[in-house]
Write a protein that binds this ligand. Sequence first.
Ligand code: CAA
Length: 382
Amino acid sequence: MNFDFNEEQLMIQQTARDFAQAEILPTVIERDKEAKFPTEIIKKLGELGFMGMMVSPKYDGTGMDTVSYVLAMIEIAKVDAAVAVIMSVNNSLVTTGLEKWGSDYIKETYLKPLARGEKLGAFALSEPEAGSDATHQQTSATQEGDYWVLNGIKNWITNGQSADYYLVMAQSDKEKRHKGITAFIVEKGTEGFEHGVKEDKLGIRSSDTCTLTFTNCKVPEKNIIGEVGKGFNFAMDTLNGGRYGIAAQAVGIAAGAFETAFKYANERKAFGTEIFNHQAIQFKLSEMATDLEAAKLLTLQAAALRDAKKPYIKEASMAKLFASKIAVQNSLEAIQIHGGYGYVREYHVERFLRDSKITEIYEGTSEIQKLVIARELQKELL
Ligand code: CAA
């Protein structure tokens, strides 16, 4: 597989890198500490065309390929994984899903402003009793004339407070299990729809995660994404795409941890020399760099397969599984290389560790990725 990036891909990477340094880095520690949503940063990302990167210009997206999206995500996550997840949800879970599955009405009404970055989206699949076991949806949808009435609770919803439009999966026919799940778009402010308080999280603190409650919430029939009963297919198909986004986020964290530790090791002196000159530190940095490279290649491979319109489900899950592990590992090693300094906010690496853990949990835990990989292997090899 050839990863000689073209001019456009390199330009996107550089733009994301410059933006992250100039606009995200200065406030990252404060936003993390205060769990403050990066409203202005997200607005500027929208203006740069980074909130609907893979959506075609016909629907006001930037029309970039998946490799460009991954390169941009890595640069943003290298500096702030919280900003990266907000961007990732809007790109890979919301806008690309709507372009593939939405009706003309949905594309005109909802996709366009989301792709322009003027509106923010959220993806609501998880429930208190349906996390990994996502077919077990309890939120119900009952038809009443031209409307569907939603009742139930969603939780762990990224962009839960700040989103304008929510993609909500609900059980429209209990008898049919996952074949009776339907996906809807619900607008913020719809009667009977409320969000809860922001969760007080270990990491990605400036992103907002919360519970959503639907109480006799009436949603127009025309807000159904795809067809009645196809909501689970929509969710799975969309999550397959989300997974290379989270893999890219994890690669960004692993890269941020490595680069910060590498710089520190070449500045910090102990025993009469820069600590880089001690073999113990060289071994750590070499392993971190090798793992990082492998995680990046797996992620780019999944993205390139998608761009080539080839199957990428297994590869996206492999990339997420491996990159998330490396994000945690590299963050831990970066702290160790920093010693006591690594344990305080100012040096960034403790945040990398806190932010890294969620990449092993959301958009399918590592255990779910293994399940997906095993099932794909069975299809391929038997
Ligand atoms: N791609 C496409 N379709 C898939 C699929 C995949 N990766 N995995 C399963 N499916 C389909 C199956 O083909 C089947 O459809 P048919 O019956 O039409 O053939 C259907 O889904 C149900 O599959 P199973 O019968 O195998 O059901 P299961 O319960 O054994 O397994 C599961 C399903 C794979 C475990 C699924 O529930 C799952 O992926 N769970 C994880 C959910 C998840 O990732 N949640 C993340 C929440 S979103 C989030 O975190 C966003 C955020 O805010 C950051």
